[in-house]
Design a protein around this ligand. Structure first.
Ligand SMILES: *[C@@H]1O[C@H](CO)[C@@H](O)[C@H](O)[C@H]1NC(C)=O
Ligand SMILES: *[C@@H]1O[C@H](CO)[C@@H](O)[C@H](O)[C@H]1NC(C)=O
Ligand SMILES: *[C@@H]1O[C@H](CO)[C@@H](O)[C@H](O)[C@H]1NC(C)=O
Ligand SMILES: *[C@@H]1O[C@H](CO)[C@@H](O)[C@H](O)[C@H]1NC(C)=O
Length: 519
């Protein structure tokens, strides 16, 4: 009892002393902080009156403006004198915090210590079973990259599907098939944390896109941002591919040659004409581009955004290499289900050729119309997927087909408009044929100057067809140039879906001559 009560008294004394100490410390703290606040407030009470303050502010704004103006003119002078020998500085000192935890993102593969020459980024998502081409893409890259070149190239496969079970299965398959390449740094497999993705539901429906499509293309912007951010320090340059393309022989040598052949500063080199396939960027631009994509991810498709971004880089241009080094092989879009056909608006690969039996002998297709984005005239003629899209067409403008060798034609079909853009048809226009090429406009748009044009057809309901079984009309001509001229201004754009021509076969010609003789 005694011991216990003595103890509790002792405890009580300690508690009281403790509380007193805390109270004193608190008091002291409150007093000092109040004093400090008062001191801070003191000068405010002697602030100059409002109009004096305003005058001072205006004065300092004037000075500031002058400084800015002087700097601007200085910068303009500097850039004027040094546009050509301008050195591209790497962005290492831009003190950006990386958006991506690279170690956490890596599923397989060993990063290299030294920076390589090229990183190839390949995002991959789930598709129909019979339309998965990732293995074909990877094998093609392995086959076309020599042993020595593999030390300077890193292929980064990005498992971009939200289905984590699918990703796991695919990553195991990749590990089984390519363990040796993963070990030596030629390949890496990465995955993004779900927390990297911003809101993807209920976004703006720009371009009249359906909800599913908006979600699909917005996610793709974020996918790209992740991949760019992951790859920014791996090498000097970055090449974007998809999981359904194949590469051509010696692609790396061709890239180097094309790069050194450039005399002007560039921001992007294009080694394929389609979407965002085969585009080569400087790694030092990747982080800024990733930030840009994340900022505007819901506004428009990634390839449009990237073109906007590139326009913001002054004194730099993009250059296209022809022919392409990378060929698209996928037929099914990664946007599944009933919305699939909507993808076609921007995804050319799903648009099949209607006249797949036409001859289309080698020819150059050119125009003085404004081709929209990547939708160049050649795409309407070649068997590569795609179409030619004309922005703001004007009366008098034309597009041309110039055959490598003059040829006799038995049928010509030109179709405009598509299921997705049924109103983008050529409303009023003519087709002319010429036997003789005089010259090609080398300085401008490569349009031909041909002699002795004869009109052989007109457009009706956005379509033109000329066919002959006799040696009349088009059948009587050795055609060198075809010219389609717009004869009236029109409000709608023109989507030239297909230009198909059939040549008169030698045997048929002989037969006809025989018939002629008999007659
Ligand atoms: C892995 O190899 C198997 C068998 O050769 C093949 O069927 C599959 O497509 C390959 N997968 C990948 C992702 O390369
Ligand atoms: C060409 O088109 C026809 C009809 O559209 C189709 O039946 C045929 O398989 C196609 N041929 C090729 C080689 O794609
Ligand atoms: C065009 O004609 C030349 C000379 O006759 C020939 O060598 C060439 O193969 C021809 N090209 C095509 C695409 O027929
Ligand atoms: C050549 O092309 C340029 C640019 O499109 C154009 O301004 C010029 O008039 C063309 N020259 C001829 C002879 O058509």
């Amino acid at each position: 009892m005694v011991l216990r009560s003595g103890l509790s008294l002792w405890q009580l004394r300690n508690a009281v002393l403790g509380a007193l100490a805390v109270f004193l410390v608190l008091n002291a703290w409150i007093m000092t902080s109040t004093l400090q606040q008062q001191q801070q407030q003191l000068p405010r009470q002697v602030d100059p009156p409002c109009d004096v303050q305003r005058d001072e502010l205006i004065q300092s704004m004037k000075v500031f403006n002058k400084v800015l103006l002087r700097q601007e003119s200085l910068e303009a002078e500097i850039s004027r004198s040094a546009v050509h020998d301008r050195q591209e500085k790497p962005c290492e000192d831009c003190s950006r915090t990386s958006l991506v935890d690279t170690d956490a993102a890596r599923v397989w593969g060993k990063p290299r210590k030294a920076k390589g020459f090229l990183t190839i980024g390949i995002p991959t998502v789930k598709r129909d079973k019979d339309s998965r081409y990732l293995g074909t893409t990877l094998n093609s890259l392995i086959d076309t990259t020599s042993e020595a070149e593999r030390d300077e190239v890193t292929i980064v496969i990005f498992l971009a599907d939200f289905d984590s079970y699918y990703n796991k299965m695919l990553s195991l398959e990749i590990y089984r098939n390519y363990s040796q390449h993963l070990e030596n740094g030629f390949m890496q497999v990465v995955q993004a944390p779900i927390s990297f993705y911003p809101q993807l539901e209920g976004l703006k429906q720009n371009f009249n896109d359906a909800k599913d499509r908006v979600k699909w293309r917005s996610k793709q912007c974020v996918d790209y941002a992740f991949l760019f951010s992951y790859c920014r320090d791996l090498s000097e340059f970055y090449l974007q591919l998809e999981d359904d393309v194949v590469s051509s022989e010696n692609y790396l040598t061709t890239i180097r040659t094309f790069m050194t052949a450039q005399t002007a500063a560039w921001s992007m080199l294009e080694f394929s004409e389609l979407g965002f396939i085969g585009k080569l960027l400087r790694s030092s631009d990747l982080q800024r581009l990733a930030d840009f994509l994340l900022l505007f991810y819901e506004e428009m498709p990634n390839d449009f955004l990237i073109r906007h971004f590139l326009k913001l880089l002054p004194h730099r241009e993009t250059f296209v290499r022809r022919p392409s080094l990378f060929q698209h092989i996928g037929k099914h879009s990664s946007l599944v289900g009933k919305e699939q056909n909507l993808v076609d608006a921007f995804y050319v690969a799903t648009l099949k050729r209607k006249y797949n039996d036409s001859d289309n002998p080698p020819a150059a297709v050119s125009t003085n119309m404004a081709a929209f984005g990547e939708y160049k005239p050649q795409l309407a003629y070649s068997t590569e997927p795609g179409f030619f899209w004309v922005e703001a067409p004007k009366s008098g403008q034309a597009f041309f087909v110039v055959f490598e060798n003059s040829t006799r034609l038995s049928r010509i079909v030109i179709e405009t408009g598509s299921e997705e853009h049924p109103k983008d048809v050529l409303e009023k226009g003519t087709l002319e044929a010429s036997p003789r090429l005089l010259s090609v406009n080398q300085t401008g748009d490569n349009t031909p100057n041909c002699a002795d044009y004869a009109q052989i057809g007109t457009f009706e309901n956005g379509r033109l067809e000329v066919a002959t079984t006799s040696r009349e009309g088009v059948g009587s001509l050795e055609v060198k140039c075809l010219k389609v001229t717009l004869t009236e201004d029109q409000k709608m754009w023109i989507l030239v879906r297909e230009i198909a021509v059939w040549t008169v076969k030698k045997e048929i010609r002989k037969e006809r001559r025989k018939m002629f003789l008999v007659m």
